[in-house]
Design a protein around this ligand. Sequence first.
Ligand code: PBG
Length: 328
Amino acid sequence: MSTEWVRNRRLRQTPSMRRLVREVRLSREQLIYPLFVVPGAKVRDPIPSMPGIDHFSCDTVLEEVREIVDLGLQAVLVFGEPEVKDAEGSAAWSADAPVQRAVSAIKEHFPDLVVITDVCLCAYTLSGHCGVVEGERILNDPTLPLLAQTALSHVRAGADIVAPSDMMDGHVAAIRAALDDAGFSQTPILGYSAKYASAFYGPFREAEDSTPAFGDRRSYQMDPGNLREALREVQADIDEGADMVMVKPALAYLDVVRAVSEKTTVPVVAYNVSGEYAMIKAAAAQGWIDERQSVCEVLTAVIRAGAQAIISYHAKDVARWMDAGQWE
Ligand code: PBG
């Protein structure tokens, strides 16, 4: 009996045949691993809401980076916490704060690793907001020079790429001008361009002690209902000189990743954020989902949506699974 319909299952019969016709695949070169550095020495403290992720001091972080490099990962995103917070967040641009010290130590020992730094004030300000506060308002323009100083201090410490996550208007322009003036015209900027006001940042804020002391971040981060606005945010960052743009979070915003990848020609990075990580870890710990397959599915979907790279807390696990031949 001959049939006229298509037999799509023919190419799904064996693992190798399926691999042969796979349209997108994740490689470890696409992964960026976040690192959290804190004051002190010999610190390696687990972050309870993010199982498997630790706080490091500037000495122990080198052991962690050794492991990252040995796993074949080639990029990290560094976050820091200060010794003391103040109204302006001045530790953010201090040359001897944990981020700056960690970055210079990492670059000294691992010059080939791409070191990206998160540029923001929320972990450094008493308000826990990403900008200068007046009453209950978050001020845009007075925040810009502070972000520019922060970015410059990261680059002076050796950062390869700076990534402003504050969502202030004009932030990329301010940082670009400061870097150019200081002779760093070759240092790329990765804009956290379409960053939504999301509940999925919860575990991260616990880790960074950066929960806003009052209100929320909705006056500067984006409304989850908006897609066209994301394109406007992305275009603004590109016009100001962003070399790469980011969509964040990833999983609930795959349509945004897709739209941004189609409407722009710069590299698109997606941030698989702390809450997305915590959900998989928690469900896997209960035995409710298979962790490896879930991670594979999620990260593959982000690449399929059009991202060139993914910031993910799963990166080390993925590299280990790949090494063990357990990554489909
Ligand atoms: C700082 C910043 C945040 C994240 C990255 N940079 C938190 C926030 O905006 O509240 C979240 C990352 C994550 O959840 O993994 N502004």
